[in-house]
Design a protein around this ligand. Structure first.
Ligand SMILES: O=c1ccn([C@@H]2O[C@H](COP(=O)(O)OP(=O)(O)O[C@H]3O[C@H](CO)[C@@H](O)[C@H](O)[C@H]3O)[C@@H](O)[C@H]2O)c(=O)[nH]1
Ligand SMILES: [Mn+2]
Length: 762
C-alpha cells in the first residue's frame, strides 16, 4: 500500500525561463544547465488513508442506519428518550460531516522541499525581486513596541539585497511610543545589520540572539552591540512607562516635527494619517557603508465615523501606501510578534516565485505559524499542529493552503483580481505594474501616500470586496485566501525544517479561548456569507477544496457533538438509563471501531509529524474544552450579532507576560483565574461527569449489572481524565490561576439543577 507512492516524486526544475515577464520577476540566468529549485512528494500514508476512508465511511453509514432504525422504525415510548436519541443522531451527523470534510486533507497530502542554495547560480543579485514587508501592530500596551521592533529588525536583516527590502509598519494603535521605538531601532539597525552579516548570525531578532547566548562569544563587537541594544531597550521602556516621549531623548528636528503630529486632539480612534520615512534606502547607510532597507512607519487616518475593518483595513492601507512608494512585486504580511528565525527565507520563496511553470497562477506561499515559548507538553495545544501543519500539507496537494495571516508571501498582482480577470485599481499609481520613479520622500509621493491612507479613501471603491484583503470576517486571512482561490489563484505550503518565523502564544486559558472564539465568529461569517464555502466554494474550486474550506468555515459546529456527548450520556448514566449498545451486541463493536479509528488516525498523524504522546493527549483535551467553550459561545455570539443584538470587534491577543502566570505556564498548570462564563459549561461538565462516573463505578464494584452502561462508562471516564486540571483548579489550588469561586458555585448549582431535571423526566 505504501510502496506505490514512494516513486511518485515530482521534480520541478528551471531550465530556460528566459521568457519570464513581469517587473522584478525577470531573472538573469548565468547558467544554462537545469538546476533543481524545488520538488514535492506525496506523503507515504496516502494510500492507506484512502483505503481507511472507504472502510470508515461504511462504518459511519452503518451507524446512521442504526440511528434511523432507532428513531423511526422502533420509536421509543417517551418523548424524552426520543429527544435524546434525536440529539445524539444530530451529534453523529455533525461528526460525520466533520469527518467527511476532513478527508479532503487526506486525499493527496504532499511535502515540499526547496533548494535555495541553487538560486544564486541562476539569479544575479541585482535581479532579485523587490520585497515589501508589512508588519501590523495595534496597541503599544498589549503588543510591547520592543517586541515589534525586534520583529522588524529580524526582517530587515534578511540575507537578501538590502536595497530590495522595504519594511512598512502599520500602527493601528496610533502611538507616538511605537514611532519612537522605531526611530531608536533604526539607529541600532545601522550596527545590527552589518554585525549579523559579518558573523553570519542565525538569530536576527536581537532579543532572541542575546537570550540564546549562554557564554560570551569571541566576537569583538559583541559587548558593544549588546550594550547598544540594552540602551535602546531601556530608553523605549522608559518612554512606555512614562506614556510619552522623554524630551532629552529627542535628538533632532526631524524627530521633533514627527512627534508634534500627536496634538491634543489626537486619539487612537480619531487622528490624521502619520507616515514617517525612518530609513530611506536610497541614502541611509549602515556603519559598514552598505545601504539600509526602507523603514516606513504608517498610522492610517482614523475617524469614529468610518469603519476601519481591523487588520484587513490596515493591510489594505499598507498595500496602497507601499504601491505609491516602492510597489515591490512580492509582499510579506507579518504579525508584530512573528520574528524571522531564518535569514534565508526570501530565497526559499524565490525558488517558487521564479519558476515559470508556477508563475501564471501562484498567488502566495504560506509558511506554517510556529511558536516559541510553548511549555513542554503544550497544555493548551496552541501549536495547532493539525491546523497549521498537517492539514496545510493536505491543502497543498489540492489547490494550496489557506492564508493564515502571518508568514505569507504574496504576489502583489494576486490582490488585484483573478489571474485572467484583473481588477485595475481606481488610480494607476496603485496598479501592480506601475513603476515608481520618484524618491519616496518627494512631495508628490508623500502626499499621494497620505491620500491613499485616508479613512474615506475606500468609499465607492472595490477595496475589501474585489481587491486587496477582504472585509467582512474577523478571520480576514482565511477569508482573503479563500476568495483568492475561488478567483482561480493557487498557493503553496513551504515548511522548512528550521522554522522561518516564530511567534508568541497566549499563555492563559482565557486568552486561548478568547482568541479561538474570535476565530470561530470570523469563520461563521465566511460560512454564512454569500460566498459560502459549500455552494460558492464548490462551484469555484471543485468539491475537495470546497470540503476542505468548509471544514474550517464550519469549525465551531464541533461544539454540538462535544456538548451533547458531555452531558446526555452522563445524565442518563446517573439515572441508570442505557443509551448505547451492550457489550454483547454486534453494534458495540461498531462504536468501538468508530472511536478507536478516529482517535487512532488522529494520533498517528500527530505523532508521525513529530508530536509527542503527551502533546497529542493535550490536543484532544483542548478539542473537548473548545467544544464546551469557544465553539459554543461563538455560535451564540454569532447568532446575537446576526439578529443585531450585539457587535464584536477584534480583541487583540495580549503579548504581555505576567511573571506569575508565566511561571505557572512553564510548570504546565492550567490558568483559569478570570471569572468568565466561558469556563462554565466546562466546569458543569466536569462535575456531572465525575459524579456519574463515581456512581456507576460503585455499582460496578457492588456487583450490579452495568453491562449496558459500558460505553457510557468509557466515555464518562475519559471526560473525567480530561477534566483532571479542572478538578485541581476547583479544589486543590490557592493561586491566582485557580477556578474563580463564583464559577464553581454557579456551576455546582447548574449541575444539581440539571440532575434533578433529568431525574424527573428520565
Ligand atoms: O485592528 C487591528 C487588529 C489587529 N491587528 C494586528 O493583527 C495581528 C494579529 O492579531 P493577534 O491579536 O495576534 O491575533 P491572533 O488571533 O493571534 O492572530 C491570528 O489570527 C488573525 C485573525 O485571523 C490573523 O490576522 C493573524 O495573522 C493570525 O496570526 C497583530 O499583529 C495585530 O497588531 C491590526 O493591525 N489591527
Ligand atoms: Mn497573534
Amino acid at each position: 500500500m505504501y510502496i506505490c507512492c514512494i516513486h511518485r516524486i515530482t521534480i520541478f526544475h528551471i531550465s530556460y525561463p528566459r521568457s519570464m515577464e513581469g517587473r522584478g520577476l525577470r531573472a538573469g540566468f548565468t547558467a544554462d544547465a537545469p538546476r533543481l529549485l524545488h520538488m514535492s512528494e506525496p506523503l507515504r500514508r496516502t494510500a492507506f488513508n484512502r483505503l481507511f476512508a472507504v472502510v470508515y465511511f461504511s462504518a459511519i453509514l452503518a451507524l446512521l442506519y442504526r440511528h434511523v432504525q432507532n428513531l423511526f422504525l422502533h420509536p421509543t415510548t417517551s418523548f424524552l428518550s426520543f429527544s435524546i436519541t434525536l440529539f445524539l443522531f444530530i451529534s453523529d451527523l455533525v461528526l460525520a460531516f466533520m469527518w467527511a470534510s476532513a478527508q479532503a486533507f487526506r486525499m493527496s497530502p504532499i511535502r515540499r522541499k526547496e533548494f535555495p542554495q541553487n538560486l544564486k547560480q541562476i539569479i544575479k543579485d541585482e535581479d532579485f525581486v523587490g520585497l515589501d514587508v508589512f508588519i501590523c501592530t495595534a496597541d503599544p500596551y498589549k503588543e510591547p513596541p520592543m517586541n515589534v521592533v525586534n520583529t522588524a529588525l529580524s526582517l530587515m536583516a534578511y540575507d537578501y539585497p538590502t536595497e530590495k527590502i522595504s519594511i512598512y509598519v502599520s500602527d493601528d494603535g496610533g502611538s507616538v511610543l511605537t514611532l519612537f521605538a522605531f526611530m531608536e531601532a533604526a539607529k541600532f539597525a545601522r550596527h545590527w545589520l552589518p554585525f549579523c552579516r559579518q558573523h553570519n548570525i542565525m538569530e536576527r531578532s536581537p532579543h532572541v540572539y542575546f537570550e540564546s547566548i549562554s557564554h560570551h562569544p569571541s566576537i569583538p563587537q559583541f559587548e558593544k552591540i549588546k550594550i547598544m541594544y540594552e540602551d535602546m531597550k531601556m530608553k523605549v521602556e522608559q518612554v512606555i512607562d512614562k506614556g510619552a516621549v522623554i524630551e532629552e531623548y529627542i535628538s533632532d528636528d526631524q524627530q521633533h516635527q514627527a512627534f508634534n503630529k500627536w496634538t491634543k486632539s489626537f486619539s487612537r480612534m480619531d487622528h490624521p494619517t502619520v507616515i514617517q520615512v525612518i530609513l530611506d534606502k536610497s541614502k541611509d547607510t549602515d556603519i559598514s557603508g552598505q545601504l539600509m532597507p526602507n523603514l516606513i512607519y504608517v498610522s492610517r487616518e482614523k475617524s469614529k465615523t468610518s469603519p476601519h475593518h481591523f487588520k484587513a483595513g490596515a493591510l489594505n492601507v499598507l498595500l496602497r501606501v507601499s504601491a505609491v512608494m516602492t510597489n515591490a512585486p512580492i509582499i510579506l504580511t507579518q504579525d508584530c510578534d512573528m520574528y524571522s528565525n531564518d535569514p534565508q527565507t526570501p530565497l526559499r520563496i524565490l525558488c517558487y516565485f521564479s519558476d515559470p511553470a508556477l508563475k501564471s497562477n501562484l498567488a502566495f506561499v504560506q509558511f506554517p505559524q510556529r511558536f516559541h515559548g510553548l511549555n513542554r507538553d503544550d497544555i493548551y495545544a496552541t501549536e495547532y499542529k493539525r491546523l497549521f501543519k498537517i492539514n496545510s500539507m493536505g491543502f497543498d496537494g489540492l489547490n494550496g493552503p489557506n492564508y493564515v495571516g502571518s508568514g505569507c508571501f504574496f504576489r502583489r498582482r494576486a490582490l488585484f483580481g483573478g489571474p485572467s480577470t484583473p481588477v485595475p485599481p481606481e488610480i494607476p499609481e496603485l496598479g501592480p505594474d506601475h513603476v515608481v520613479r520618484k524618491p519616496i520622500i518627494s512631495h508628490e509621493i508623500l502626499s499621494l501616500a497620505h491620500r491613499v491612507a485616508g479613512c474615506n479613501y475606500e468609499n465607492q471603491t472595490g477595496w475589501g470586496s474585489q481587491s486587496g484583503f477582504r472585509y467582512g470576517s474577523l478571520v480576514e486571512d482565511f477569508y482573503t485566501g479563500y476568495r483568492l482561490q475561488c478567483e482561480g489563484w493557487k498557493s503553496l505550503f513551504c515548511n522548512p525544517e528550521r522554522a522561518a518565523f516564530l511567534g508568541d502564544v497566549p499563555i492563559t486559558l482565557f486568552d486561548v479561548l478568547s482568541q479561538c472564539k474570535r476565530w470561530c465568529i470570523g469563520l461563521f461569517e465566511v460560512a454564512f456569507s454569500k460566498y459560502n464555502t459549500l455552494i460558492f466554494g464548490s462551484q469555484s474550486m471543485g468539491v475537495l477544496m470546497s470540503l476542505a474550506y468548509s471544514h474550517y468555515a464550519l469549525w465551531p459546529i464541533w461544539g454540538i457533538p462535544v456538548t451533547f456527548y458531555s452531558f446526555l450520556p452522563q445524565l442518563a448514566l446517573l439515572n441508570q438509563v442505557s443509551l448505547f449498545p451492550k457489550i454483547t451486541e454486534p453494534w458495540f463493536f461498531l462504536y468501538v471501531f468508530l472511536l478507536l479509528g478516529a482517535y487512532g488516525q488522529d494520533f498517528l498523524d500527530f505523532v508521525l509529524d513529530g508530536g509527542t504522546v503527551r502533546k497529542w493527549w493535550n490536543a484532544q483535551r483542548m478539542w473537548m474544552i473548545r467544544g464546551l467553550s469557544c465553539y459554543l459561545f461563538s455560535s451564540i455570539e454569532y447568532l446575537l450579532k446576526s439578529v443585531g443584538i450585539s457587535t464584536h470587534g477584534f480583541s487583540l491577543t495580549s503579548k504581555v507576560v505576567d511573571d506569575e502566570q508565566s511561571k505557572r505556564y512553564g510548570q504546565g498548570i492550567f490558568e483559569f483565574g478570570v471569572p468568565s462564563p466561558l469556563f462554565m459549561p466546562l466546569t458543569v461538565a466536569a462535575i456531572i461527569n465525575l459524579f456519574s462516573f463515581l456512581l456507576v463505578l460503585t455499582q460496578f464494584f457492588s456487583g450490579k449489572n452495568t453491562e449496558g452502561l459500558c460505553l457510557q462508562m468509557i466515555l464518562t471516564g475519559s471526560i473525567v481524565l480530561n477534566c483532571l486540571p479542572v478538578y485541581g483548579a476547583i479544589g486543590l489550588r490557592n493561586d491566582a490561576g485557580k477556578m474563580p469561586t463564583q464559577i464553581t458555585i454557579i456551576s455546582t448549582f447548574v449541575s444539581v439543577a440539571l440532575y434533578y431535571a433529568s431525574s424527573l423526566s428520565l
